[in-house]
Each structure stands twice: as structure tokens, then as C-alpha cells.
Ligand binder design. Structure first.
Ligand code: GTP
Length: 228
């Protein structure tokens, strides 16, 4: 894995002090948003979770560094920083790319507590990776409490494989959308290889994060699925 680099602005790592940790027993509440330094910039911590080899690292590297990781190197853990404007609001993101999980993996508390939003990745060509998503969401909810809604985007990766008929589609868009609806998440299909919808993953997630943290009557309910 190449060393992470900022997307546009150089951001000191120290700028990303996490939101205060919240004990798992404090059900129902999301971590507080902490504004530090330049109050105009909102800092958000994002965790990318999913089975092995679904393309988590490729997705994050395409977003942050604008190139495709064509070789597979198993991830241990990598943190990337990105700057962007969303709805004219500047953000800095700390994106944690995790090692692929399986059904027996224990979700480390650092991947849940103090995280503002989650990208849950499956491959559209792998049903087992899709079936992992609900379990991962359950594990997140063990930290956040069953009453809460946690900002999540479900991502069906490797769309190019089915588009180019290099693999059989195992998950339809309708299945992806239905799962997302059932866990109050957004949903989108992407390809890191052809750079399809990669930026939209993070736009959708910021919509979810801001909707959770600051719901207001004038804020439109986000479109939760991206129509392809
Ligand atoms: N065709 C295609 N291949 C992809 C895509 N994204 C990733 N890959 C390939 O799939 C393999 C795994 O990609 P990674 O990004 O390393 O997967 P990961 O989920 O981070 O894997 P772990 O480190 O095991 O968690 C690599 O060979 C990538 O080149 C994609 O959008 N399309």
C-alpha cells in the first residue's frame, strides 16, 4: 500500500484529533462533532469496512490519489486524509481503510467509537461479501446502540466487472437498495477501476452524517440511493 497522501491541501495529522470516545454503554448517541482550529472546516472520521478483496483500498485510493490499484496487497490498516467541499462547506476527512473482515472478525472499538460515518463495501460479483454487510452493521450497532441510526453508505464495488461481462452479477441493484433501506443507509454502485461514482460515495456519506448530526426542517431529505 503506498503511503497515504492528502487529496489537495496538506493537512497535519495532529489536526485530526478524534472526537471524544464514548463508552459503548451510552446507547443511542453518535459521537460529538468537534470543531478545532479553523472553525469553518468540518472534520469527519470515516471507516471503510467489508470482506477481503472487495476493493476497499482501491476505492479509497481512487478517491484520494486518483489512480487505480490494480494489484492486490492485503491491507493491515491505512489512514488517508482528504479535503473537499460539500454543499459549499469545506471538510477534511480522515478515512480509515481496514483489513478485510469475515464473519468471525471482532470489530475493533477504534473502528466504531469516535467514527462519524461508515462505508460498507461488497462486490457486486460476490454474494458472500454482500451477506457480510448486515453482520458488519450489527457489529457497529453494538457500539452505537440499537435505537440509534448510524450514518452508513453501502457500496456495491467492481461494477465494471459485470458491465464488461467479466464476471456474473450476483447482487442486483434492487437487493442492494433493499438492504440499505432496511438499515437506514444510503446505497450506490461503484467501480474503482473505471472511476465510477467514487466521489459520490463520500458525498452520500456526508449527507448521511450531516442529516444525523444536524437535522433541520430546511435540509432536504437526501436521496438515499444513486440511480445509475
Ligand atoms: N475490476 C475491478 N477490480 C477491482 C476494483 N476494485 C478493486 N479491484 C481489484 O480487487 C483486488 C482487491 O482490491 P483491494 O482494494 O485490495 O481490496 P480490499 O477490500 O482492500 O482487500 P483487503 O485488503 O483484503 O481488505 C485488487 O486486485 C484490485 O485491483 C474494481 O472496481 N474493479
Amino acid at each position: 500500500m503506498p503511503s497515504p497522501s492528502p487529496r489537495s491541501l496538506p493537512i497535519p495529522v495532529s489536526a485530526f484529533s478524534p472526537p471524544p470516545l464514548r463508552a459503548p454503554s451510552m446507547n443511542g448517541a453518535l459521537p460529538p462533532i468537534v470543531q478545532e482550529g479553523n472553525a469553518a472546516v468540518r472534520r469527519r472520521r470515516i471507516c471503510v469496512l467489508g470482506s477481503r478483496q472487495v476493493g476497499k483500498s482501491a476505492l479509497v485510493v481512487q478517491y484520494v490519489e486518483h489512480h487505480f490499484l490494480s494489484k492486490y496487497y492485503p491491507t493491515i490498516e491505512s489512514t488517508f486524509h482528504a479535503s473537499l467541499a460539500h454543499r459549499s462547506q469545506p471538510y477534511t476527512l480522515e478515512i480509515v481503510d481496514t483489513a478485510g473482515q469475515d464473519e468471525y472478525s471482532v470489530l475493533a472499538s477504534r473502528y466504531a467509537i469516535g467514527v462519524h460515518g461508515f462505508v460498507l463495501v461488497y462486490s457486486v460479483a460476490s454474494r458472500p461479501s454482500f451477506e457480510m454487510i448486515r453482520g458488519l452493521h450489527d457489529k457497529i450497532m453494538q457500539y452505537y446502540g440499537v435505537r440509534g441510526e448510524v450514518p452508513c453508505v453501502i457500496v456495491g464495488q467492481k461494477q465494471d466487472l459485470v458491465e464488461k461481462q467479466l464476471a456474473t452479477r450476483q447482487i442486483t441493484p434492487q437487493e442492494g437498495q433493499a438492504l440499505a433501506k432496511s438499515i437506514h443507509a444510503a446505497w450506490i454502485e461503484t467501480s474503482a477501476s473505471s472511476n465510477l461514482n467514487i466521489d459520490k460515495v463520500f458525498d452520500l456519506l456526508l449527507e448521511e452524517v450531516e442529516r444525523q448530526y444536524s437535522p433541520t426542517p430546511d435540509r432536504p431529505q437526501p436521496g438515499r440511493c444513486w440511480i445509475m
